[in-house]
Write a protein that binds this ligand. Sequence first.
Ligand code: FEO
Length: 417
Amino acid sequence: MRAVEIKPGIYWVGAIDWAVRDFHGYITPHGTSYNNYLIMDKQVTLVDTVKHDFSEYTIENIRSLVDPAKIENVVINHIENDHVSSLDRIMALCPNATIYITDRGKKALDRFFDTSHWKFQIVKTGHTLNTGTKTITFLETPMLHWPDSMMSYVKEDRLLISQDAFGQHLASAARFDDEYCDQYSVTALEHAVRDYYANILMPFGTLIKAKLAEVKKLGLEIDMIAPDHGIIWRRDPGKILQMYLDMANDKADLRVVIIYDTMWHSTEHMTIPLMQGIKSAGVDVEVVKLRSTPMSIAIKRVWESRAMLVGTPTLNNIMFPSVAEFLTHLRGLRPKNRLAGAFGSYGWGGGGVKEAYAVFKQMGLEAVEPGVEVVYRPSRDDDKKCYDFGKQFAEKTIEYHKKFDGSQANGCQTMRS
Ligand code: FEO
């Protein structure tokens, strides 16, 4: 790659990671990019860096525009390793540069590097950096998604450099939304946005709504949003802002997702009559087997659907390990406004289904109890019980869904791509 001008005098100087498929446990089938930006003004200013493995790429991109020794300012919007771990390489080339960072960012940076010989300027929301002809205004976004996080707004270009927010894990030769959508599709891009949001930003919906309201109140005019991963939004930045608002408002499809695992196919067998019962009530249904599905994809399926039915065999009186792992992961993401239920088989003693309901309670999810449990193999009577529970669960899902976004009942507006 080479530097790409995104606004007059502002360049993407990042790196594309075509090969990454596991991003700290999050499956990334389409790779990702580490985006950072160089402002070629009277004071040359670098905004963010890239993952350490790619430091040579960003340095070469910078060199194609200017001698890195001429960089006077380095803005660090977020100190997670994928954005800051080449900072020492960069600072070795411009040791007199001043680093603009939040107070929490500085404290965390001290844990990664010996920063004693670097110059810092601690910034807060509203503080500005004038680079000559451009003004960068900083906007703290704590817990979106780390305590140190902030964004940088370039007023003259109506450009918001948004760090992880509004990003997607996509490796592509396209840098902009219009280029990507012309090559692939709008839905492919939306799919990537939702995948990213579900797995990284789901816990922070309330903060996202508050921050979007703050941006509105500040009256920032935005005609481009440049995140630190994936595609830059220039055709319609309002679209991604609206998508985030919808997602932060827990928008979901009228659908039940059945998430299960199985030992000897009994719990798996139960998914069939459950699915048929759900369908009989006119509700869309999807079935996901945990050991065949990467965790991040299962999480996204749950997040897109208004309700989930979790199927677990009982093993040694507790949930099946893969189901327990899934629910632990989901609990950390703090889903809201989703209806839950459970089912499963057991041999000489139950416990798995009961434990699943206990986790729903911990998560604060409304649940339809008591679910369905069968002993050893499901009989025809058990199939009937599953069908009836599926139907009842779907009917409750319809009612529950109306409370949140009844306007999209019957799947008129789908979250799925
Ligand atoms: Fe892309 Fe929070 O790092």
